[in-house]
Design a protein around this ligand. Structure first.
Ligand SMILES: [Fe+2]
Length: 239
C-alpha cells in the first residue's frame, strides 16, 4: 500500500470509527491473531444458505417514496449495531423483518444506509435508552444495508399499547433511516390484521406489511418484508 493510499485509508477508517462511537476501543494486550479453522470446505448448499434471501433487486414500479411518520417520544440515539434487536428469550412471537432500501431517483438499492429501529416489549414498554443500563437498549438496534441495499433483523411482534388514556397505538416498529445524499426518513411499520388500526390516529395503510407464518425446528415464527424508498436531497423526507 503506498503511503498516500495508506494515509487515505487510515483517515477514512478513523472517521468511520468515530462515526460509530468506537474510537476509544483498544484491543487487549494479550490478544493473539485468531487461528484459522483447519477445515475450510464449504458445500454449495451452505453457501446458498449464507446468501441473502431471493428478494428482488429490481425496484418494483409501484414503489413510491416511503411515507413519513412521527419520531415519537421514545427514540434514543446510540443503539448498538446488531441484527438481533431483542435479547435472548425475550417474551413474544419471534419476528424476522427484512427488506431493501431503495433510491427513488435511480431506482437502485442503497448500500450503506443506516437504519435505527425500536419497538415496545410484550408489556407495551420501551427501554430507557440509557447506555449505563445493560438493558437500556433492549429492543433497539441500528443496522447498515448490504451492497444490495438489504437488511434483516430479528425482533418480536410488538403489542398494541395505550400511551395515554384513550389513545391507542396499533402494533408498530419505528424506523429512522439515513444515507448521505438522501433525505432522512422517520417512519414506522404496521401489521396487516392488527385490531387496533381503526383507533390508532397515526396508522397508515401504506406502511402496513403482511405477516407470513414460518416453521423452524418445530417452532413457529413470523416474517415480514418492508422495503423503504428514499428521496434524494437533504432535510427530512415528507416535509
Ligand atoms: Fe411507538
Amino acid at each position: 500500500m503506498s503511503e498516500l493510499t495508506r494515509r487515505d485509508f487510515l483517515k477514512h477508517a478513523s472517521l468511520g470509527l468515530a462515526a460509530t462511537g468506537v474510537a476509544g476501543l483498544v484491543l487487549r494486550a494479550e490478544a493473539k491473531p485468531t487461528a484459522a479453522s483447519k477445515n475450510i470446505e464449504i458445500s454449495e448448499s451452505v453457501l446458498q444458505q449464507m446468501g441473502e434471501p431471493p428478494l428482488p433487486i429490481v425496484m418494483q414500479d409501484n414503489l413510491k417514496p416511503t411515507q413519513k411518520s412521527q419520531l415519537g417520544p421514545f427514540y434514543r440515539a446510540g443503539a448498538p449495531f446488531r441484527a438481533k434487536v431483542t435479547p435472548p428469550f425475550e417474551p413474544g412471537t419471534v419476528l424476522i423483518v427484512s427488506g431493501r432500501v431503495w433510491a427513488f431517483d435511480t431506482k437502485r438499492p442503497l448500500s450503506g444506509a443506516v437504519l435505527d429501529v425500536w419497538h415496545v416489549d410484550h408489556n407495551g414498554n420501551y427501554s430507557s435508552g440509557d447506555s449505563s443500563d445493560k438493558n437500556g437498549f433492549r429492543n433497539r438496534a441500528r443496522l447498515i444495508t448490504s451492497e444490495s441495499g438489504y437488511y434483516e433483523f430479528e425482533a418480536i411482534h410488538p403489542i398494541a399499547y395505550e400511551p395515554n388514556p384513550g389513545f391507542w397505538r396499533s402494533a408498530h416498529i419505528h424506523y429512522k433511516i439515513t444515507h448521505p445524499g438522501y433525505k432522512t426518513l422517520i417512519t414506522e411499520l404496521f401489521f396487516e390484521g392488527d385490531p387496533k388500526h381503526d383507533i390508532d390516529p397515526l396508522f397508515q395503510t401504506a406502511l402496513m406489511v403482511k405477516i407470513a407464518k414460518q416453521q423452524a425446528n418445530g417452532q413457529t415464527y413470523e416474517s415480514a418484508i418492508f422495503d423503504i424508498v428514499l428521496e434524494a436531497g437533504t432535510g427530512m423526507q415528507g416535509d
